[in-house]
Write a protein that binds this ligand. Structure first.
Ligand SMILES: Cc1cc2nc3c(=O)[nH]c(=O)nc-3n(C[C@H](O)[C@H](O)[C@H](O)COP(=O)(O)OP(=O)(O)OC[C@H]3O[C@@H](n4cnc5c(N)ncnc54)[C@H](O)[C@@H]3O)c2cc1C
Length: 322
């Protein structure tokens, strides 16, 4: 029986949301193609902890790689995953759309001379093979690709796939023998500096409060932070304020930032340029605060507040605190 291999990432002992999307999709592919659903979990995770993963139809969790490849290094990860692929010969290799997934999937495909499809947003399996849809030209066009045979390396665009659980299922564990892998990368990881304050990641948050150039100056982001704190939300930003050095790139939402799909996205002082829109259009509810009633963001927001954000946000904070 052939298999599908999913590369799953954990952070702070939890499986990342982007990887839960991979698990949801891999169970579908495994079932349709009658493949064994094999998973390797990289990063900090109790490998036998089934709480987060026992409802994703996993057949086998592969153990034995994590000790060898703890911290991210492109060469270490690539070599270890290649090692695994040589042993398992999977038909499909599935990555998330995380920074690591984006970095490693092309290296794997190039090394093995396999087909590669990045940023998949829909995978359909029919009698004639796989039909995969992915956005191109900053989301202006959706490309449809057809593959009639495996192996294929795929990476999923984050926040596009529903996290779908199935019935609880027992999985087995399998020890894999990853040979000592050599790190040949020129830049070596020396230290990981954690942020001073633990903040919510925009790509994982259920609520995001984002600010743009309408905030006028970096100090005014205190307002966005305060509103975010009241709502237990992550702070997001437009590229204009990231480029200006007001906010870190990790908060940038959009084409060259992160793709998000929270339940609630509050955009304050953001015009709604197409490059910002492609990053947040999948939010369940978009609330825009902008003093210009003709701002493009009002064309796709669910609720619009036309007015000065410096009056509206403090009022919102007061009401929410009440
Ligand atoms: C290749 C490429 C990639 C890009 N990638 C990204 C990306 O990933 N993410 C991204 O965001 N952008 C991206 N951009 C930039 C994008 O085109 C816009 O320039 C940017 O999104 C604008 O940011 P903004 O909305 O904060 O600023 P602006 O467009 O200047 O909008 C500011 C808004 O604030 C409003 N405002 C001002 N004062 C107030 C007030 N007191 N109260 C309420 N509203 C107020 C104004 O009416 C205005 O609508 C990219 C551009 C290119 C070319």
């Amino acid at each position: 029986m052939g298999c599908i291999l999913s590369i799953i990432e954990a952070k702070n002992k939890k499986i990342r949301n982007s990887s839960l999307e991979v698990l949801s999709e891999s169970q579908k592919i495994a079932k349709t193609k009658n493949l064994e659903n094999k998973v390797i979990i990289l990063g900090e995770y109790e490998q036998n902890n089934s709480d987060q993963i026992n409802e994703f139809g996993i057949d086998v969790i592969l153990l034995g790689a994590t000790d060898k490849i703890k911290d991210y290094s492109p060469d270490l990860y690539k070599n270890a995953i290649l090692n695994l692929i040589n042993q398992l010969e999977p038909e499909i290799i599935l990555f998330s759309g995380s920074a690591i997934g984006k970095d490693i999937s092309p290296r794997i495909a190039a090394n093995l001379n396999y087909n590669l499809v990045t940023e998949c947003i829909e995978i359909t399996i029919g009698n004639d093979g796989y039909q995969i849809r992915r956005p191109i030209f900053a989301g202006k066009i959706i490309q449809t690709l057809k593959f009639t045979k495996e192996p294929i390396v795929m990476s999923l665009k984050s926040n596009y796939f529903m996290i779908k659980k199935v019935d609880q299922k027992e999985f087995s564990t399998e020890q894999v023998n990853i040979e000592e892998v050599e790190n040949t990368t020129m830049p070596m990881l020396k230290e990981i500096i954690q942020p001073q304050k633990e903040t919510l990641d925009v790509s994982e948050a259920a609520i995001i409060v984002a600010g743009g150039r309408g905030m006028k100056e970096p100090d005014n982001f205190k307002l966005i932070e305060e509103l975010a704190e009241v709502l237990d939300a992550a702070v997001g930003a437009s590229r204009a304020v990231v480029d200006a050095g007001w906010r870190p790139h990790s908060e940038q939402v959009g084409q060259t930032g992160k793709i998000v799909s929270p339940n609630l996205y509050i955009a304050a002082g953001i015009s709604g340029a197409i490059q910002h829109q492609v990053g947040m259009i999948n939010s369940k509810c978009i609330v825009a605060i902008n003093k210009d009633k003709n701002a493009p963001i009002f064309k796709f927001a669910d609720f619009g507040i036309v007015g000065d954000l410096f009056e509206i946000i403090p009022e919102l904070i007061t009401k929410l605190k009440e």
